[in-house]
Structure formats: structure tokens, C-alpha cells
Design a protein around this ligand. Structure first.
Ligand code: CA
Length: 239
């Protein structure tokens, strides 16, 4: 079962929190969102595996002690899913024993945070793991083909010229620049940029891609957005 009421991603890195303690989940959600992440939640291992497949999180925060399937078993199964094989996993554990840590490392856990932990420590560890595994997602400056996006000031330029974007075009471009070389279907862009449960028509994506092109491509300049017929959109890979 997936859980409704998730905040939309809006191009933010998505963390899947797998934990059965409601109070801790709320605390994690609050602090991760405050730190600029989008969050989705699972209360047990089965729900986690379903959500991981559906939402393709950028990082999984996984509790060791879960009802039913244990955290370490969830980890093992995640590593078997083709599109989750490389997703960074941070394990929450009350068990600091050496044997458990080694078992976890064998399963491809990227880092451990031992309970009890401070929220600032946890956010710092999540950020550090993401920086290692997916540097584009936590970079302050994104660059591609003469385009520069400053994530702190929201300024965008192309070859030194200021580019003015509406909020949707900004999020769309940020998502594409965070994943250069990838082609996204219109459904995937809707999910990542507009949010999971927003009802927007697919052709809305086309409208905003057109606006984005108009804003970033000056007269006579190379089109930096790629359209792949019947597949979707991405950034031009020559850069
Ligand atoms: Ca637990």
C-alpha cells in the first residue's frame, strides 16, 4: 500500500523513509523537508519495495528493526531490483554490533546512523552520502552546455547572459540539469516537477518545455533541450 498526502517532489531529491515508529517518521519528514528534500514514507518492508519501484527515490533511509521483513532483508531485495541496485541506502540502527555492520556493508549499505541520533547529524549524513553517490543532486551550482544554475540564488545564465524563467520552467530545467544525459517521459516529468498527485494534462509539459526553450535559447543559439520522439525530453548531451 502506498501512502497518500506526500508532498510533491518539485525537482527536489526524494528520500524514502522506511520506519514503523510514527513519531520518528514525523520528525524525520519535518527535518528532511526543512533541509530541502522531498519525502515519501513506508511503514514496513513490503510497502518500501513497492514505493521504491513506483517513486524511484534518490536515497533510502531504512530502519533495521521493522515489523515483518527486516531492514537488512529490504536492503537485499532493493539491491536486486534493476533500477534500485545503486540507490544510496542509509541504515538507522540501534544495533551497533560489529557483526551487524559488516553484514550491512556486505549488502551494500552506504552509511549507518545509530539511534539515538540528532536530526542535524542525520541530515548531514544523508547529504554526505548523496554528495558521494549523486553529486548533481546536492550541488550548489549546476552547469551544462554554457548554462549555469545557482541553486542558492535561483539565478540562471547562459554564456554569461541572464536567463529569466518562471517557477515551473526553473524546476523543469533544474530537474533536467540534475540528470543530464537522461531522457524523461512526460509522465516522469509531471511526477518530478509538478508533484505526484497533481492532476495536470500531459501536454502541459510540452507547453512548459516550449517556454523553457524560448527562454534559454537565444537567436541563432543551439537548442539545449532534446526532444526524443515518443520517449520524452532531456538535455542535449553535447556540452
Ligand atoms: Ca523501527
Amino acid at each position: 500500500m502506498t501512502r497518500d498526502g506526500e508532498t510533491g517532489r518539485h525537482g527536489l531529491p526524494l528520500v524514502l523513509v522506511v520506519e514503523d515508529e510514527e513519531a520518528l517518521v514525523q520528525l524525520l519528514r519535518y527535518n528532511l523537508e526543512k533541509a530541502g528534500f522531498a519525502v515519501c514514507e513506508a511503514r514496513d518492508g513490503d510497502e518500501a519495495l513497492v514505493l521504491a519501484t513506483e517513486r524511484k527515490p534518490d536515497l533510502v533511509l531504512l530502519d533495521w528493526m521493522l515489523p515483518g521483513t527486516s531492514g537488512i532483508e529490504v536492503c537485499r531485495q532493493l539491491r536486486r531490483l534493476a533500477d534500485q541496485r545503486t540507490v544510496p541506502i542509509v541504515m538507522l540502527t540501534a544495533r551497533g554490533e560489529e557483526a551487524d555492520r559488516i553484514r550491512g556493508l556486505d549488502m551494500g549499505v552506504d552509511d549507518y546512523v545509530a539511534k539515538p541520533f540528532s536530526m542535524s547529524e542525520l541530515v548531514a549524513r544523508v547529504r554526505a552520502v548523496l554528495r558521494r553517490a549523486r553529486p548533481q543532486l546536492v550541488a550548489e551550482l549546476l552547469q551544462h552546455g554554457g548554462l549555469v544554475m545557482d541553486l542558492a540564488t535561483h539565478r540562471v545564465s547562459r554564456d554569461g547572459r541572464d536567463v529569466h524563467l518562471g517557477p515551473t520552467e526553473y524546476r523543469l530545467l533544474r530537474h533536467l540539469m540534475q540528470n543530464p544525459g537522461r531522457i524523461y517521459s512526460r509522465e516522469q516529468l509531471l511526477d518530478a516537477v509538478w508533484g505526484h498527485d497533481v492532476t495536470v494534462e500531459l501536454r502541459t509539459v510540452d507547453v512548459h518545455v516550449r517556454r523553457l526553450r524560448k527562454a534559454i535559447n537565444g537567436p541563432g543559439e543551439r537548442d539545449l533541450v532534446r526532444t526524443v520522439r515518443s520517449a520524452g525530453y532531456g538535455l542535449d548531451e553535447r556540452s
